[in-house]
Write a protein that binds this ligand. Sequence first.
Ligand code: PRP
Ligand code: ZN
Length: 296
Amino acid sequence: MNPRERLRIAVQKSGRLSEPAFDLLDRCGLRFRRSRDGLFCFGEGEPIDLLLVRDDDIPGLIAQGVCELGIVGRNVLDEFSRGTDAGPELQAMRGLGFGHCRLAIAVPQERAYDGPASLAGLRLATSYPNLLRDWLRRHAVQADVVTLAGSVEIAPRLGTADAICDLVQSGATLLANQLREVDRVLDSEAVLVRAAQLPADGRADVVELLLRRIEGVTRVRGSRLLLLQAARDCVEAVIAALPGSPRPTVLQMDGQPGQVMLQALCPDELGWRQLEEIQRAGARELFVLPVERALA
Ligand code: PRP
Ligand code: ZN
């Protein structure tokens, strides 16, 4: 395969999305050899390589055709799309179920806040000027947006801003800087992004293959396979006791016409209480198994 028929995925080099992104790709069966400078990973099985970059650069790299896919926070993607006319070159494929955080407004602890109007006339520091301006416009608030590349949380203490608009995950950064979260601009998680136009070579097929695997991994993430036995006349009650209303498979048991075996994919972890309830409904021999991947 010609070197550029290999697929290239942009992934955050180091940050909140790096580890879960690598973990996802690993679960998809991809193995890599990292270059000495640590910026490139060569795919050993499938023709898929990684480019390790700053998260903010990921949408641009896809829009320019340097990479076909990327794993990036919805916050970074939306900020990029609002700030350029290259937005249509990108397509968000699916949420990946990790990297949950929010873009939020925070003010110094002692400052009063009664809704967006309280921000009128203030200086707001952020690395997300497009998203913030949009939000201010939606709330008909006029404020000064001060764009900073990083360390947004210290701007109020330095006196360069009155409040901030920044990502919050645990809230530890805000707490450490005596700021309190008062409003939410955007809920975010990691998303898989692709170039709207894929080159007319083998790469579109590789994207398809990868998507199916990602689907197979994310769909069952956290799921459990429940196996149990029950008397046939208890089956209705047992099914009613299953959490998340899965559609179970009911299997005939050889030589035991009154008994069935039931298997169900449950969307969440099954706790003891839930198992005990299912048992009370008539189930026995219950087994809970982790699910690694699925191929429909
Ligand atoms: C964000 C944000 C805060 C921190 C908040 O930065 O700018 O510094 O995370 O997280 P917490 O609520 O758990 O303390 P991020 O790590 O995304 O780095 P970046 O903005 O430089 O990419
Ligand atoms: Zn960043």
